[in-house]
Design a protein. Structure first.
Lengths: 428, 362
């Protein structure tokens, strides 16, 4: 199977390419982005005129539900959303039901991924058994079964001695720790940012310190243990400052931010609208600006979707009792492009944050259009406007605050290892 | 951010969920309407047929005696049929969701829900989800709002100190967890009070409390200076076990209102409390039962104010204010029943009429 993508503007940050050219794909791999290889006879030609051709996106934090949570979403429903979003590789957080703490669950996930025709789903193994924060998981077995990293999802490891040992053990097996900093006690069962809005609506609130203290502790332990740490879904200014200082100091750490944190603040919350209920909570304008600067300056190197689809019931109730999280795969690209049009970052940076940089975090030979790499490619029309509605939406979770809005930028083709897994069918 | 959910297309009250987003004119209208109801309670026959044929459900997911009783009395005096539901001991304990409870009650042709719930935003949620003809009155949701309590307190203040623009009000105690405080602050600011001051230790104040439009003091002795209205809040016992306060006795020492401390406020200051009071914790008995206390007046005013809000939300309120703003004064016109009219919604916008034979009416 040979595919040629013609006339597109190729943006490949890892290889420093930004020009109109053709991409040649054969045997599931990138063959060339310059000259036509000898004897190349494409079975399929994709016309990418006025479109951007870039590496397929790598999402560092996704929930696909399924298994015990299949009423919220399934692999089958969510891989369609991922493909439509241009995402070709994704990391599944370990808080599935059952938790990813045994090789058997990893095997089950691989099986579900194969059945859904979307093989590039990487499981993040649980750092502690059942994510309970008390006993180490069998990290080596998890790694051998295919886990790309370990983490404790949103669950706390309250005892720092246990966290230290878990990090030492992970470091012994050269495993990456994916850490969402959150001090459980300081969080105090809150559901909104501790600020003027939560005060006005009487919502139980979470201070920034719940994030920054957990972050500072983990940075100390990263130095002590030598464990590689990637900090996920940062939400506030002081976290950006702390990561910046740690990197300057020489620690091998990296960080990502969820796409919605770069656009929404506490002030955007409509009164008691559960679509805005996320963890970490939407914070202030100042935090948002710092997160954007952190991205532009490279302190934060990746953007994740933090996709968390829910069934309707999960979001129907008084705000504090609704479940947190947004369905956010499909808004990932348009919201990244909005950062570009608002001059927060360049297009090249935006694409790198979704491909080359997360590939580096995960040490994958991916995230670039390098000859020999698997042909994970995203073709998108940066000008195409579309409405977030039930006609266009693929995810089973409709829990997005952008519902009904018209967004700009849409994926037209997604290729995973040379296979076209998404092709936009335009109506009319 | 305004809360238009509460108003219908004509800008009239449809639900009463929070003070936020309601303007001074509307709050004044509530107070004026309440005034026309206020004298009624002292009559032998205490009913008007404004809500005859209407069904009101008191939906209490949290225990309450005072609020529920005054809502029930208010509804009864408007001639509505009232059903009390204590959900704390009912459906939700069997696993029924909030929405299912509402749907089931809707199917029983209910016209109004009076809701109390332990979670902020519960009343908003019900108002958004419920059938369009149903009005929702918030009788307290989590730490968010308790707007009828605020209005009955405004009513009580206005009886004694009619000019809000000169008023300095201190709210003392657990502001952080208090829905009453949030609603009082919004009502006082909307009605143009000169100053709203909150007095508490930092552990009992929410973040950015000044953004609510208040000044802050951590010291009762300093904070009570120049104050016209002293509002005490109830201190929940669980604040001691969650490390917000060391002990009841230390709290009383710092923030308990005694006769001596009350002297720091203006000599004619009034003392209020939404109840139930903890004697010897936030307030000394001598003050609670003393001449400056209006605590029991607040309770009786609760009936008239809740009647006014219920009637207005059902679009049936009639305006019977005749320039006299003092409590106990009655509308000067006669009060008669309306023969044959079964639909309160179609009542003429004229004086309130009473049941024949009510000797106290004229």
């Amino acid at each position: 199977m040979m595919i040629r993508i013609d006339h597109g503007r190729i943006v490949d940050p890892a290889n420093d390419i930004d020009r109109v050219d053709s991409v040649y794909i054969a045997g599931g791999k990138i063959v060339s982005v310059t000259d036509e290889p000898a004897g190349f006879k494409p079975d399929t030609v994709i016309d990418a005129s006025d479109k951007i051709v870039c590496p397929g996106f790598i999402d560092l934090s996704t929930r696909l539900r399924d298994m015990g949570h299949s009423r919220k979403a399934t692999f089958k429903s969510e891989v369609l959303a991922a493909a439509a979003a241009g995402v070709t590789t994704l990391c599944l957080q370990p808080d599935t039901a059952p938790v990813i703490d045994t090789p058997a669950v990893v095997e089950l996930i691989k099986e579900l991924a194969e059945k859904a025709d979307y093989p590039q789903i990487y499981a993040v193994g649980a750092l502690t058994q059942k994510l309970e924060g008390s006993e180490l998981s069998s990290m080596l077995s998890l790694k051998q079964a295919g886990c790309i990293a370990v983490g404790n999802a949103n669950e706390p490891v309250k005892n720092l001695l246990i966290l230290r040992r878990a990090m030492e053990y992970a470091a012994s097996h050269d495993l990456l720790l994916m850490f969402r900093p959150n001090d459980f006690d300081l969080g105090n069962n809150g559901c909104a940012h501790e600020g003027a809005v939560a005060t006005r609506y009487g919502l139980p609130s979470i201070p920034e310190a719940a994030e920054t203290i957990a972050l500072a502790q983990c940075l100390e332990l990263a130095e002590l243990t030598g464990c590689r740490v990637h900090f996920g879904q940062l939400s506030c200014k002081r976290s950006v400052i702390k990561i910046h200082q740690a990197k300057k100091y020489g620690l091998k750490v990296s960080a990502d931010v969820a796409i919605h944190q770069l656009h929404l603040t506490e002030n955007d919350m409509k009164p008691f609208d559960s679509a805005y209920h996320v963890l970490p909570p939407l914070r202030t304008e100042d935090d948002k600006q710092y997160l954007r600067q952190g991205l532009a300056g490279g302190t934060i190197n990746s953007i994740c979707s933090d996709h968390q689809p829910h069934d309707l019931d999960a979001k129907l109730g008084a705000f504090p009792e609704t479940e947190p999280g947004m369905s956010s795969l499909e808004t990932l690209l348009p919201l990244m492009l909005k950062l570009v049009s608002q001059h927060a970052i360049t297009l090249e940076q935006g694409i790198a944050c979704l491909s080359a940089n997360p590939a580096r975090v995960l040490r994958l030979d991916s995230g670039a259009l390098t000859p020999g790499f698997a042909a994970d490619v995203c073709v998108f029309d940066p000008e195409l406007e579309w409405q977030v509605n039930s006609v266009n939406w693929k995810s089973q979770g409709v829990n997005t605050p952008f519902w009904g809005q018209t967004l700009k930028g849409r994926v037209t083709h997604t290729l995973q290892a040379g296979k076209i897994i998404h092709r936009l069918i335009e109506r009319g | 951010m305004t809360d238009n959910l509460q108003l219908n297309a004509e800008g009239k009250l449809k639900h009463f969920l929070t003070i936020e987003g309601l303007d001074k004119t509307l709050l004044t209208e509530i107070l004026d309407t309440a005034e026309s109801f206020a004298g009624m309670s002292e009559h032998q026959v205490k009913k008007v047929p404004l809500l005859r044929g209407k069904t009101i459900v008191n939906l209490f997911f949290e225990n309450s005696t005072r609020t529920r009783t005054t809502f029930e009395l208010a509804a009864t005096r408007l001639s509505a049929d009232v059903i009390n539901m204590n959900i704390a001991t009912s459906a939700t304990s069997k696993g029924e969701s909030l929405l299912d409870t509402i749907r089931n009650l809707e199917s029983m042709f209910v016209d109004m829900f009076v809701v109390r719930h332990a979670l902020s935003g519960a009343a908003h949620f019900i108002a958004q989800q419920t059938a369009p003809h149903i009005s929702v009155i918030n009788a307290g949701d989590g730490q968010h709002a308790h707007p009828t309590q605020a209005m009955l307190d405004m009513f009580t203040i206005r009886q004694l100190k009619p000019d809000f623009s000169n008023l300095r009000v201190a709210i003392i105690g657990d502001i952080l967890h208090s829905r009453v405080a949030r609603s009082e602050i919004q009502a006082l600011n909307t009605l143009g009070a000169a100053e709203v001051r909150v007095i508490a230790s930092k552990t009992l104040l929410p973040a950015h409390v000044e953004s609510l439009g208040v000044t802050v003091s951590h010291n009762l002795t300093e904070g009570l200076k120049d104050i016209d209205v002293v509002m005490m809040l109830r201190l929940q016992k669980e604040r001691m076990t969650s490390a917000l306060l060391p002990s009841e006795s230390e709290y009383f020492k710092c923030f308990g209102l005694t006769e001596e401390k009350l002297k720091i406020a203006k000599p004619d200051a009034i003392v209020m409390h939404p109840g139930p009071i903890n004697r010897g914790v936030e307030i000394d008995s001598k003050v609670a039962d003393g001449p400056q206390s209006v605590i029991l007046k607040q309770v009786s005013n609760g009936i008239a104010v809740r009647m006014a809000i219920m009637a207005m939300a059902m679009q049936t309120a009639t305006h019977t204010v005749h320039g006299d703003r003092h409590a106990g004064s009655l509308p000067t016109s006669g009060i008669h029943t309306i023969p044959g009219d079964r639909h309160a919604g179609s009542l003429p916008a004229c004086d309130i009429h009473t049941i024949p034979g009510d000797k106290g009416a004229v």
